[in-house]
Design a protein around this ligand. Structure first.
Ligand SMILES: [Zn+2]
Length: 129
């Protein structure tokens, strides 16, 4: 599957360091609210400073799409992208591995997997349990 390579910057370095070690990192605000790794400020108190914490890597599927892209070789690549509610509460979008999307159901239990693209940083994905 062709996709834009993930690149780290100073703000995302703790996230990508975690993924490289097979760990999903999320953010915790000083008020206690947990948010996804891409959140810039707290939805409760608008504080932009967070502490990175380790998530369990468990979650469940909220919704998903199946993409069909023309591959460079002439065929069609399909990929399932899901909206995942982490066990800790935050939601995030991620690739869902190990399925063509046909048999998926809302609420299916998922666990963290890590993709290692040819270019860019390793990225989080999820697999049905
Ligand atoms: Zn807060």
């Amino acid at each position: 599957m062709a996709r834009y390579p993930a690149r780290r910057d100073e703000a995302s370095a703790p996230f990508f360091d975690g993924v490289a070690q097979g760990q999903l990192m999320i953010k915790q605000c000083g008020c206690g609210r947990l948010v996804g790794p891409d959140r810039a400020d707290c939805p409760e108190c608008a504080d932009p400073s967070f502490e990175w914490i380790k998530a369990s890597g468990d979650g469940h599927l909220v919704s998903w799409i199946v993409t069909h892209n023309r591959s460079p070789e002439g065929g069609t690549d399909t990929e399932v992208v899901g909206l995942v509610e982490l066990a800790e509460g935050p939601w995030l979008y991620a690739v869902i591995q190990g399925t063509d999307g046909v048999a998926l159901q809302e609420g299916v239990q998922l666990h963290l997997d890590v993709l290692h693209p040819e270019e860019g940083e390793p990225i989080p994905a999820f697999c049905p349990r």
